[in-house]
Design a protein around this ligand. Structure first.
Ligand code: BES
Ligand code: MN
Ligand code: ZN
Length: 500
C-alpha cells in the first residue's frame, strides 16, 4: 500500500473515495431521540454535501459506522464516505486509527483501490498523533490473511492518502512518517504469524529475521543446536529435541551511534512455530491455530524493525527462541529433568508448558549479554485467556519503575494490557519434589505461575512479561481489521523502548 500526504482543500481533491469522520453529539437518551452527528471538518462544501443525509437521522456516527454518498455535490471526489467515531465526549486518537482501518476495509471488497482520509479537524485529538494513527489504521485495515488462496484477487488498496488542509505540516509529517514505519512493521509481524507451521519452521523464521535485519540495518546472528549446546541451554534444547526441525536462536542488535552505555534493553520472544503440546499432546480441536505460538517472537521482530527505522537513542537486543514442540521417539517426556542455562534444574510435568522453558534460557542469555532491562512476549498460557478474555492481554513485572514506563507507553499504543500479580505464594506452586522448579503449577492461577516460572530466571533484573495468548489472533473480524493475526504488542513494545 502506497501512502501519501496532501494539504489540498478537500473539495479540490480528485479521488475515488474521500473519507470524513463524524462524532455523535447527542447526549439525550431514549427511543425517539434523533441522532446528532457532527462532521469533523471546517469545510463548508463537504458539510453541505452531507447535510441532507445527516439531517435524515439515518446515521448516528457510532464507532466505525459508515455512510456512503455517491457523486457528492460540489466535490471533485467520486464518493464521500462518512465514518463514525462514536460519542464526542469519548473520541480518541485510537478511534481515528480504527476509523481509518474501517475506511480501508470498506474500500477493499468494493474494488476501490485508492482513497483519501481527511484528518479530523478537532481539538479532541492532537494533529501529529492523529496523522500517525490514520496511517497505522490504513495498514491494519489493508491486511488480509488469505495469502495462500489461489483465487486471491489482489484487493489490496493501492494508495492511501492523508489529507490535512490547514494543519500544522511539521506535526502531520512527523506523525505520518512514524505511522508508515509502525504500520509496515505490524504488517511484517502479522505476515509471520499467519504463516503455517510447514511454511515457517524455526530455520525459516531465522532467515526471515536475517533478511529483515539486513534491510533495516540491524546486526543479526542466527544460531542452532550446536550453539544451544555450547551455551548449555538445556531447557530450550529439551523442547526442540522432539522435532526433526532444528531450533533457531535469533539475536538482533540495535546499537545507535554514539550510545555506548546507559540501559541495554532486551526483547525476548517465544517463537514456537508449531505447538502440538509434545508428548502431553493437545486435543485436535483448534490445534491448527498453534501455528501462532510464535506471535511473541514475531512481535519482537516487528518492534525491532520499527526501532531500527525510528532510531531511538538506546541500545536494544532481541532474542528469539524458536523451536517446534512435537511428540517423537526423541521428544522430552513428562517427568524428565532438564538443566537450564542458568544452572537451575526443571522438572518437566507437562511438555505442553514449553514456552516458559525456551524463554527461561532466552532470558538467561539476555542477562549474560548484559541486558539491564528485560521484556518478554509470549502466547504463554490458555489461563490468561480464561482470566482476561480477548480484550486485555496479561502483563507482569517485578519492578514498578520499569512497569510505569510500559503503562505510559500504552497511552500511545492504544493496546490494552492488564497487570496481574506475582507473589511468593504463586512461586510456591511451582516448587518441585525432585528438582529446583517444575514447569506447571496446577490449574489455579495458571498465567501467574507461568510468569513466576519466568521470574525465577529474570530474578531481580527489571523485567516485564507479556502474555498475549488471547490477543495475538483475532477470532472474529471487525470493521477495521480482518480476523487472524493481529500484530498485537508491537506498538506497545516499541513505545516502551522509545521511552528510554
Ligand atoms: N501455546 C500454549 C498457550 C496458548 C493457548 C496460546 C491457547 C494460545 C492459545 C502454551 O504452550 C500451552 O500449551 N500452555 C498450557 C500450559 C499448561 C500445560 C500448564 C496451557 O495453557 O494449557
Ligand atoms: Mn504448549
Ligand atoms: Zn505454546
Amino acid at each position: 500500500m502506497n501512502t501519501a500526504l496532501s494539504y489540498a482543500s478537500l473539495p479540490e481533491i480528485e479521488t475515488e473515495l474521500l473519507v470524513i469522520l463524524a462524532v455523535d453529539t447527542q447526549t439525550a437518551k431514549g427511543a425517539d431521540v434523533k441522532p446528532q452527528p457532527e462532521l469533523l471538518t471546517s469545510n463548508e462544501a463537504v458539510k453541505a454535501a452531507a447535510a441532507a443525509v445527516l439531517a435524515s437521522g439515518e446515521f448516528k456516527a457510532s464507532a466505525n459506522e459508515t455512510l456512503l454518498l455517491h457523486a457528492p455535490a460540489e466535490l471533485k471526489a467520486k464518493r464521500l464516505l462518512i465514518v463514525g467515531l462514536g460519542k464526542k465526549a469519548k473520541a480518541t486518537v485510537h478511534g481515528v486509527r480504527s476509523a481509518a482501518g474501517t475506511a480501508v476495509r470498506f474500500s477493499k471488497p468494493r474494488g476501490i483501490r485508492e482513497l483519501v482520509f481527511a484528518l479530523p479537524e478537532t481539538e479532541l485529538v492532537a494533529t501529529g498523533a492523529a496523522a500517525r494513527a490514520a496511517v497505522e489504521g490504513g495498514f491494519l485495515g489493508d491486511y488480509d490473511p488469505d495469502t495462500y488462496r489461489s483465487d486471491r484477487k489482489d484487493l489490496s488498496v493501492k494508495s492511501f492518502t492523508v489529507a490535512a488542509p490547514g494543519a500544522d505540516q511539521m506535526a502531520v509529517q512527523a506523525g505520518f512518517g512514524e505511522g508508515v514505519i509502525v504500520g509496515e512493521s505490524q504488517t511484517f509481524t502479522r505476515t509471520l504469524v499467519n504463516e503455517p507451521g510447514n511454511k515457517l519452521t524455526p530455520t525459516i523464521l531465522g532467515q526471515r529475521a536475517a533478511a529483515m535485519a539486513a534491510e533495516v540495518g540491524l546486526a543479526c546472528e542466527v544460531h542452532s543446536t550446536a550453539k544451544l549446546a555450547e551455551l548449555k541451554m538445556g531447557a530450550f534444547l529439551g523442547v526442540a529435541q522432539g522435532s526433526a526441525e532444528p531450533p533457531a536462536l535469533i539475536v538482533l542488535r540495535y546499537e545507535p551511534e554514539g550510545v555506548k552505555d546507559g540501559p541495554l534493553l532486551a526483547l525476548v520472544g517465544k517463537g514456537i512455530t508449531f505447538d502440538t503440546g509434545g508428548i502431553s499432546i493437545k486435543p485436535a480441536e483448534k490445534m491448527e491455530l498453534m501455528k501462532y505460538d510464535m506471535a511473541g517472537a514475531a512481535a519482537m521482530l516487528g518492534a525491532m524493525r520499527a526501532i531500527a527505522l525510528l532510531r531511538p537513542k538506546v541500545r536494544v537486543l532481541a532474542i528469539v527462541c524458536s523451536a517446534e514442540n512435537m511428540p517423537d521417539g526423541k521428544a522430552y517426556k513428562p517427568g524428565d529433568v532438564v538443566t537450564a542455562m542458568s544452572g537451575k534444574t526443571i522438572d518437566v510435568i507437562n511438555t505442553d508448558a514449553e514456552g516458559r522453558l525456551v524463554l527461561a534460557d532466552g532470558i538467561t542469555y539476555a542477562r549474560q549479554l548484559g541486558a539491564t532491562h528485560l521484556i518478554d512476549a509470549a502466547t504463554l498460557t490458555g489461563a490468561v485467556v480464561v482470566a482476561l478474555g480477548t480484550h486485555n492481554a496479561g502483563t507482569f513485572s517485578n519492578d514498578d519503575e520499569t512497569y510505569a514506563k510500559f503503562q505510559a507507553a500504552l497511552a500511545t499504543s492504544g493496546e490494552k494490557f492488564w497487570r496481574l500479580p506475582l507473589g511468593e505464594e504463586y512461586a510456591d506452586q511451582i516448587k518441585s519434589d525432585i528438582a529446583d522448579i517444575k514447569n506447571t503449577g496446577g490449574r489455579h492461577g495458571g498465567a501467574i505461575t507461568a510468569a513466576e516460572f519466568l521470574h525465577t530466571f529474570a530474578e531481580d533484573a527489571p523485567w516485564i512479561h507479556l502474555d498475549i495468548a488471547g490477543l495475538a489472533w483475532i477470532e472474529d473480524s471487525r470493521p477495521y481489521v480482518a480476523k487472524g493475526p493481529s500484530g498485537f504488542a508491537v506498538r506497545s513494545i516499541l513505545e516502551w523502548v522509545r521511552s528510554y
